[in-house]
Design a protein around this ligand. Structure first.
Ligand code: 5RP
Length: 227
């Protein structure tokens, strides 16, 4: 799988040109892309490229790889955003947020001229929610209320617990994550909007109708899904 991720990350470099602002996603696949991008910049094969990270992870990696980092408030536009995903359905709707960076990812990626998604073939599903829960970022005070309120969608929520810290995961925005398993997601765009209407929900990990291109790493090579 790592080789497939590297192959799509290399292919993604074809979308980057001089003078571009690039949104940098979070996770292992986005990580390969950041390293390859840094290599091109260091070798001066790309000039005047600036990047906006979606997390501390991508910020640290960008700095370490020689990719100049800027803030969203310093640029007029984002040309291309590049990120991984946890699930991709046949209509290129996504579930994201395994890395708990979904809020900043969505803030950057929905504003990009082109949103490019990089996955290996194990991420393709017939229907969103088939393998992964939908992460929902909530302000800490309301986690329990929201966990109960999502039950009307025929779903069960679990508070995400940290691996190397006692207690819950705390996001870079100081919030909690609920991982919500839906029995059936019939309309991803509708559910994305409905979840964000629950008071205290900051953002959710359904990215419906927003990916422009998905590069899929397969054993037969990199395949492209496009609108
Ligand atoms: C982080 C994400 C990641 O993009 C997603 O989890 C995919 O990660 P990886 O490339 O490591 O499989 O949404 O919040």
């Amino acid at each position: 799988m790592e080789e497939l991720k590297k192959a799509v990350a290399r292919e993604a470099l074809k979308f980057v040109e001089d003078d571009m602002v690039i949104g940098l996603g979070t996770g292992s696949t986005a990580g390969y892309f950041i390293r390859y991008l840094g290599r091109l910049i260091m070798e001066e094969e790309l000039q005047d490229v600036y990047a906006i990270p979606t997390s501390y992870q991508s910020r640290l990696l960008a700095i370490e790889s020689g990719v100049p980092v800027v803030g969203l408030d310093e640029v007029d536009a984002i040309d291309v955003a590049v990120d991984g995903a946890d699930e991709v359905d046949p209509n290129m709707n996504l579930i994201k947020g395994r890395g708990a960076a979904l809020t900043m990812e969505k803030a950057i990626e929905y504003r990009a001229g082109t949103f490019l998604v990089l996955v290996d073939e194990s991420k393709l599903v017939e229907r969103l929610g088939q393998k992964m829960p939908v992460p929902i970022e909530v302000i800490p005070q309301v986690w329990r209320a929201v966990a109960e309120e999502v039950e009307i969608f025929n779903a069960e929520a679990e508070l995400r617990m940290a691996a190397r810290k006692d207690g819950p995961v705390v996001t870079e925005n100081g919030n909690f994550i609920l991982d919500v398993r839906f029995h059936r997601i019939a309309d991803p765009l509708d559910l994305e909007m409905e979840l964000n209407n629950i008071p205290g929900v900051v953002e959710n990990g359904i990215f419906a109708d927003v990916a422009d291109v998905v590069l899929v790493g397969t054993r037969e090579g990199v395949k492209r899904m496009e609108r």
